[in-house]
Design a protein around this ligand. Structure first.
Ligand SMILES: *Cc1c(COP(=O)(O)O)cnc(C)c1O
Length: 376
């Protein structure tokens, strides 16, 4: 059996090696390492795939979130609502900009932000909500947009884990995640569903004014070279990464379908086991399985993690410590929060390998070993 990895970017690369190597060499030959043709082409192709008016490439997903928040003109002390159960980048940028992170609960079935919890957290200082499409499934955007409209709040989608995911509104309208709120942010970190061979990110919006601001902010606050209108930063996607991404974007739907097939295999193996809750897919969303995450009921989670490791099966805990319990916020004077769902999930979740290069032999072996431990 081929060794099992959490992600296997190497094998995936070997399938597209010729095209990728050629694209990299074209960039090298052009010597346009920054902002070259490949960057323009990739931005246009991604914008048309997502059906969004503006796509602004940048250096990574964390920058994408930061630039989005900078563009909203928020003031220190303004409150930004985010789920506690997410990757740290979402809240880190809030803190970095001296805004106040307000942590809310997630839905125990979808792992995504809970609209009722958002409603309860709103104060006169609230300015924005940052739903995260966690593990590859859309947050309940219709409810979030409704709350945002009632309270005049911005919505920034953290789409780092869900590129290619479709959201269906109750009237049947479909949109890609990342294009639903005021701004969407994504990451091209190598292990993401659309991963580069280095760092990368992008920001999306249909709002001309926000697009203009974000372009300037990502480029040292300038429109015209050496005339700096606002305080910005330096955040660029390089041409080599853009050229690689352009090739992989053409295969994104196929890659996401391969992840879905892996998830279906796991779902079948673990169906009806009272000790395992397989991922729930909400009716309004497709799932692109950035992660395949189980909830264990009455099973020693860390024990399973170690047992699988002893069988050469990697598994991960995303995320062992929720945002509201991170030491970095100790000096923020945040209220003590009672987050039962989040605390329960951080103790019960475990993510199994899911990527585009898994075969049935590997999947059968993983399923057998998970069940061996769980049913012992
Ligand atoms: C990966 C990720 C980010 C950050 O992306 P980077 O490119 O690593 O900066 C932000 N939010 C979530 C939910 C992520 O998974």
């Amino acid at each position: 059996m081929r060794p099992i990895q959490m992600v296997d970017t190497k094998t995936q690369y070997l399938h597209i090696k010729e095209a990728v190597d050629q694209a990299i060499h074209e960039v090298l030959d052009s010597a346009a390492y920054i902002n070259g043709k490949a960057v323009q082409e990739f931005s246009a192709a991604l914008g048309s795939y997502l059906n969004v008016k503006h796509t602004i490439p940048c250096a990574n997903g964390t920058d994408a979130l930061q630039i989005a928040m900078m563009a909203l003109g928020l003031q220190p002390g303004d409150e930004v609502i985010t789920p506690s159960f997410t990757y740290i980048a979402t809240t880190e940028v809030v803190a970095l900009l001296k805004l106040t992170p307000v942590f809310v609960e997630v839905d125990p079935k979808t792992f995504c932000i809970d609209p009722e919890s958002v409603r309860k957290a709103i104060t006169p200082k609230t300015k924005a909500i940052v739903p995260v499409h966690l593990y590859g499934q859309a947050a309940p955007m219709e409810a979030i947009l409704q709350i945002a409209k009632e309270h005049n709040l911005y919505v920034i989608e953290d789409n780092a884990q869900a590129i290619g995911c479709d959201y269906t509104f109750s009237d049947g309208t479909k949109k890609k995640t990342g294009t639903i709120g005021d701004i969407g942010a994504t990451s091209f970190y190598p292990s993401k569903n659309l991963g580069a061979y280095g760092d990368g990110g992008a920001i999306f919006t249909n709002n001309d004014e926000l697009a203009h601001k974000m372009k300037m902010i990502a480029n040292h606050g300038q429109q015209k070279r050496y005339y700096h209108e606002v305080v910005g930063c330096n955040s660029r996607l390089d041409s080599i990464q853009a050229a690689i991404l352009n090739i992989k974007l053409k295969r994104l739907d196929e890659y996401n379908a391969a992840r879905r097939a892996v998830a279906a295999h796991y779902d079948r193996a673990f169906a009806n086991n009272p000790k395992i809750t397989t991922p729930y897919v909400a009716p309004y969303s497709t799932h692109v399985y950035h992660q395949y995450t189980l909830q264990l009921n009455g099973v020693n989670r860390d024990g399973l993690n170690e047992y699988l490791a002893s069988k050469k099966i990697p598994s991960m805990i995303y995320y062992p410590v929720p945002g509201h319990k991170q030491d970095m916020f100790a000096s923020f004077g945040l209220p003590k929060l009672d987050m039962q769902v989040t605390d329960q999930l951080t103790a019960a979740v475990i993510s199994l390998p899911v990527h585009t290069e898994m075969d049935d032999e590997q999947l059968n072996y993983i399923c057998t070993e998970v069940l061996n431990y769980v049913n012992q």
